[in-house]
Write a protein that binds this ligand. Structure first.
Ligand code: 1CP
Length: 350
């Protein structure tokens, strides 16, 4: 019999209290891409799985790599090991991962194939819900589990261009045929809402939306092509769950205030925006998550400690700061540097 999670311990955890902007004895911390190639124990499980997508779709292995950084560093939250591209995978766009190059879709969308596009049903993601249940069972009672998905705009970039880069096809499409682009965003928003509601039902305490490419849009396009769909997802989640939602828009500084008004509990801040500016822009309405440049983790203990203290101090003393990086950890990061960062943040008392 799986043990039921200790809901009081989770509710009172550092992360969940901070998401409600309640005071805590110290700031919670976790790191974007905390499970991954900089960890030798991850590389071992990844090699045994064969390829990245098999790892994502094997619940025991995905759960094992989710737990690895918690066990090694004592971070205050786990993020389920998966990828934003499981949505285009469920849409049958032919997802593959080319070693050293990243994701590639064999069947990127065209005006013709959009006609047959639909939001995949919740049961496409059984492997993920199983990984979440296994992970929740094995996590310490005070460590919340974060579920996630890509924001519709960011997913559309991959679905239209087929791989990462400057997304020229996408940028041409929303100018040449905005109606077609809105159709893609609309279907994708419903798909993402279904996925996130499923992750919360499976055992996640909070969910995060990654709008990693939102910064490709001009600030006066952000509402139209991204934020209105993020709000639609938040509305759909809120019909089913009280769980707090985190929204991370990368290079979206001019839209931070608007994102803070989206009914998200927390806004992710990239390292190009200072945490003090982000606080001014969001006016204490939401918790903030971020924002150390991941490159700092390629330096030394003294530099890492000083930079962590600078960010902690610049945020100020109000509750509502989740320490994190401003983007994903780099694969060349020495694990001992992550340990030094964790020690520096844990020593800082509000
Ligand atoms: O070889 C490997 O092991 C694959 C590298 C890798 C990893 C570790 C990919 C391929 N995805 C992941 C896991 C992943 N992806 C997580 C795991 C949880 C954790 O944080 O520990 C998360 C949250 C993601 C989210 C993700 N995937 C984003 C949004 C966050 C971000 O980094 O901006 C994006 C844009 C992706 C697409 C993707 N998947 C993988 C790569 C290399 C990429 C980026 C490709 C590009 O730059 O366009």
């Amino acid at each position: 019999m799986p043990t039921a999670p200790d809901l009081t311990a989770l509710h009172d955890s550092l992360l969940m209290r901070t998401l409600r902007c309640e005071p805590t004895p110290r700031r919670p911390l976790w790191l974007m891409r905390q499970a991954g190639r900089y960890l030798p124990e991850y590389l071992q499980v990844r090699a045994a799985a064969g390829d990245f997508l098999t790892l994502v779709k094997t619940p025991a292995a995905a759960s094992e790599v989710t737990l690895q950084p918690i066990e090694r560093f004592g971070l205050d939250a786990a993020i389920i090991f998966s990828d934003i591209l499981i949505v285009p995978d469920a849409m049958d766009l032919g997802l593959g991962f080319v070693t050293g190059e990243g994701p590639k879709l064999a069947k990127p969308l065209t005006a013709d194939t959009v006609k047959t596009l639909s939001a995949p049903a919740a049961d496409h993601y059984h492997y993920l819900y199983d990984a979440i249940a296994l992970t929740r069972r094995d996590l310490p009672a005070t460590v919340p589990l974060i579920g996630f998905a890509g924001a519709p705009f960011t997913l559309a970039c991959y679905m239209i261009d087929g791989s990462g880069g400057a997304f020229w096809r996408t940028r041409a499409m929303y100018r040449a045929d905005p109606a077609l682009f809105h159709q893609i965003l609309s279907i994708t928003a419903d798909a993402v809402a279904t996925l996130l509601i499923g992750q919360l039902a499976a055992g996640c305490q909070t969910v995060m939306l990654f709008d990693s490419w939102g910064g490709l849009l001009a600030d006066d396009q952000y509402e139209t092509f991204s934020l209105q769909y993020i709000r639609r997802i938040i509305r759909q989640i809120k019909e089913k769950s009280d769980a707090p939602i985190i929204v991370f828009g990368r290079q979206c500084a001019l839209s931070l205030a608007a994102i803070a008004n989206s009914d998200a509990a927390a806004v992710g801040v990239d390292w190009q925006t200072s945490i003090a500016s982000a606080r001014k822009l969001t006016d204490g309405k939401v918790a903030l998550q971020g924002n150390m440049d991941p490159a700092v983790l390629l330096t030394d203990t003294a530099t890492i400690t000083a930079e962590a203290q600078r960010i902690l101090t610049n945020y100020g003393t109000s509750p509502g700061h989740i320490f994190n990086l401003g983007h994903g950890i780099d694969k060349n990061t020495p694990p001992e540097n992550v340990a030094a960062l964790v020690a520096a943040v844990k020593e800082h008392k509000i």
